[in-house]
Design a protein around this ligand. Structure first.
Ligand SMILES: [Zn+2]
Ligand SMILES: [Zn+2]
Length: 336
């Protein structure tokens, strides 16, 4: 089968690989859509995961069950499924608390195990979720959307909790816009997206979101006015500035991935006096079904976040070259 393979740190190629034997408890998935994420780039450069090469990347994918091991009771052959890529150990303190995303020995398809940038993928059957008739490119957004859902839960926005009145998401890339659209879907009336790129803000406006230019006088005038602010840039200086935008009693969500050695300066007095909540968020925690429920209700806006549907050959350059076109949102490998 054709696959994208990371052969060594910084080296990605198109490979012809054997599918391999079907182990007990596993299903063979014919991949129909697989999304590229910044984490894949970090995996390639051994900044995330164990840096164990060779590896087929891809942790955001959906497809059709092609074969199942003899002991698998479901899903059956022909089932349309999305993959939960996370493989927690189940035994460490975090796992026992139900925080599987914080597992001390977290493994994942596309990070430690071969993932979705291939024609086929061997996946444990209990990691699969039925997607009904949902289009595969939309279903492949379930994983990043599940990360968003985990972030909102971490920030105290459980379903049923009071909605923030004014929300701000900094960064109008695919994950920032997914977060903003998820806030909308969860009933937050005013969702604003900040970015330095005007064309990305125009796209956000087209999706029904308010846009504001990062670093502008307009944004500065809104200091301390957002009940909920999320960073989706991973730029430390932006994260530092986010605190000043949060209204008294509000919440800041650290959603973007900053460099591990980055530091910011925060005034503890301000956190105390203004009663701010700072929330972190890592990966997803068994919430693919929640994400699929949101995608089921998509009116087409979330689907528009997929800007590229490409073959494996066409996806390959996106692993090594940063796209310069601001219209590049979610890039996916899509098979017929
Ligand atoms: Zn990802
Ligand atoms: Zn664990």
């Amino acid at each position: 089968m054709k696959a994208i393979q990371f052969t060594a740190k910084g080296e990605a190629r198109l490979a012809d690989l054997a599918i391999g034997d079907l182990p007990a408890g596993h299903a063979l998935i014919r991949v129909k859509a697989s999304g590229l994420c910044h984490t894949d780039i970090d995996v390639l450069h051994a900044r995330y995961g164990d840096g164990a090469f060779p590896l087929v990347p891809g942790h955001e994918y959906a497809g059709v069950v092609e074969a199942i091991a003899a002991d698998v009771t479901g899903p059956g052959i022909g089932a349309r499924v999305a993959v939960d890529p996370n493989l927690p150990c189940g035994a460490c303190p975090s796992c026992r608390k139900g925080l599987t995303n914080l597992c001390r020995d977290l493994k994942a398809y596309g990070v430690s195990h071969n993932g979705g940038f291939a024609e086929y993928s061997l996946v444990r059957a209990d990691q699969l979720h039925g997607i009904g008739a949902m289009p595969f490119p939309l279903a492949a957004l379930a994983e990043p959307l599940a990360c968003v859902v985990n972030g909102l839960e971490s920030a105290g926005l459980h379903s049923g909790s009071p909605r923030p009145r004014e929300a701000l998401v900094i960064g109008a890339g695919p994950i920032g816009l997914l977060l903003a659209l998820c806030l909308k879907a969860e009933g937050v009336r005013n969702v604003t997206v900040a970015d330095i790129n005007e064309s990305r803000l125009a796209f956000a406006a087209d999706l029904g979101l308010c846009g504001i230019v990062s670093g502008s006088v307009e944004l500065a005038a809104n200091r301390r006015s957002y009940d909920f602010v999320a960073d989706a840039t991973g730029i430390a200086s932006v994260v530092e500035g986010m605190i000043d935008l949060v209204a008294d009693g509000g919440t800041a969500l650290f959603f973007g991935v900053c460099a591990p050695d980055a530091r910011i300066s925060v005034a503890p007095f301000e956190i105390f006096r203004r009663q701010l909540k700072l929330a972190g968020s890592h990966s997803l925690n068994r919430n693919i079904p929640d994400a699929l429920a949101i995608l089921e209700k998509d009116d087409g806006r979330i689907a528009r976040l997929v800007s590229h549907r490409l073959t494996l050959d066409e996806v390959l350059p996106f692993f090594t070259k940063k796209p310069t076109d601001p219209a590049t949102m979610k890039v996916q490998f899509v098979a017929d």
